[in-house]
Design a protein around this ligand. Structure first.
Ligand code: G
Ligand code: G
Ligand code: MN
Ligand code: NA
Length: 254
C-alpha cells in the first residue's frame, strides 16, 4: 500500500499517537506547557516520522481529519492532566496552512474544547510563519475569532520566513517561537546572540512572549534566560515523549 492509502486508514486503526515535549518557564525552571507532536506507528511496528507523512497529509487534504484527531486528543489529554492535579499546563497543537485555510477552524476548535471539557486558555495553536503569511487577511480574521474565544496563538519557526515583527504587530498573536536554527550558534557566534537579543527586545515591546526551541545544552538554557527569553523547549529539557513519561517528567521537575 502506498503511504497515502495507509494514511487514509491510520485513524480508524488507531495508529497515531501524540508525544508531548515539555516547555519550561525560564523564570521558575518549571514545566508550564507541552507541545503535542504526532507519531505514526504502523501495524507492522514501523514508525514513520511526521516530517515524512505530514507533507503528504497536507497535499492530499488528509491533514484535515488527522489535524482534528490531534486537536481532540490533545484537549482530552490536557483535561486528564488537569484532573490529576498536575500544575497548570498549556497544551500547544500544530496546525498546518491547509487547516487554517478552512473558514471553520475556530468553530471546530470550540466544539473540540467543549467536547473535552477543556478551558480555552489551556490550549495554544501553533502556526508557522509561512502558513500565516500565505493568506494574511484570512489569517487575521481567524486569529480574531480564536482571540475572542480566549485561545492563544503561537507563531512557530519564527525567523525562517519573511515576516518582520513590525508586520506581525497586525496579528492578535501571543507567542513567538524562535526557530532552532538561531539557537545553535548563540554560544560561539556573536551575531546569532545579537539577533536573539534584538528579537527578544522587540517582541517584548510588542507584548509577545518568547519561546526558544531546540535548546540542547545547559549553557544555551542559561544564556537564553539571561537574554530574557521567557520559555525554553528542547532536548536539554526533554525530547518529545509519550503522555505517561511527560507526567513523570513534570512530577520530577516540580
Ligand atoms: O515531532 P517532530 O519532532 O519530528 O516534528 C516534525 C514536524 O512535524 C514539525 O515541524 C511539526 O510541526 C510537525 N508536526 C508534528 N505533529 C503535528 C501535527 O499534529 N500537526 C501538524 N500539522 N504538524 C505536526
Ligand atoms: O513544530 P516544530 O517544527 O517546531 O516541531 C518541533 C520539532 O523539533 C520536532 O521535530 C521535535 O522533535 C524537534 N525538536 C525538539 N527539540 C529539539 C532539539 O533540542 N533539537 C533538535 N534538533 N530538534 C528538536
Ligand atoms: Mn511546533
Ligand atoms: Na518550530
Amino acid at each position: 500500500m502506498d503511504i497515502e492509502s495507509s494514511l487514509r486508514t491510520a485513524i480508524e486503526r488507531d495508529e497515531f499517537e501524540l508525544y508531548y515535549q515539555p516547555i519550561l518557564s525560564s523564570e521558575t525552571d518549571r514545566v508550564i506547557g507541552a507541545e503535542a507532536l504526532i507519531r505514526w506507528r504502523k501495524s507492522d511496528g514501523g514508525m514513520i516520522s511526521p516530517g515524512e507523512f505530514i507533507p503528504i497529509a497536507e497535499e492530499t487534504g488528509l491533514i484535515l481529519p488527522i489535524g482534528e484527531w490531534a486537536l481532540r486528543t490533545a484537549c482530552r489529554q490536557a483535561v486528564v492532566w488537569r484532573d490529576m492535579g498536575l500544575p497548570e499546563i498549556t497544551v500547544a497543537v500544530n496546525i498546518s496552512a491547509r487547516q487554517l485555510q478552512r473558514q471553520d477552524l475556530a468553530h471546530v476548535t470550540q466544539a473540540l474544547l467543549e467536547e473535552a471539557g477543556l478551558e480555552a486558555r489551556l490550549l495554544k495553536i501553533e502556526l508557522t510563519e509561512s502558513a500565516v503569511m500565505a493568506d494574511v487577511d484570512h489569517a487575521i480574521a481567524i486569529f480574531k475569532d480564536l482571540e475572542r474565544m480566549n485561545i492563544k496563538i503561537s507563531v512557530d519557526d519564527f525567523g525562517t520566513g519573511y515576516s518582520s515583527l513590525a508586520y506581525l504587530k497586525r496579528f492578535p498573536i501571543h507567542t513567538l517561537k524562535i526557530d532552532r536554527s538561531f539557537i545553535n550558534g548563540i554560544l560561539d557566534n556573536e551575531d546569532d546572540r545579537a539577533i536573539i537579543g534584538s528579537i527578544i527586545a522587540m517582541a517584548h515591546s510588542l507584548n509577545l512572549r518568547l519561546v526558544a526551541e531546540g535548546v540542547e545544552t545547559e549553557a544555551q538554557y542559561e544564556l537564553l534566560g539571561k537574554l530574557g527569553c521567557d520559555e525554553i523547549q528542547g532536548y536539554y529539557c526533554s525530547p518529545p515523549v509519550p503522555a505517561a513519561d511527560f507526567v513523570a517528567y513534570v512530577q520530577k521537575n516540580h
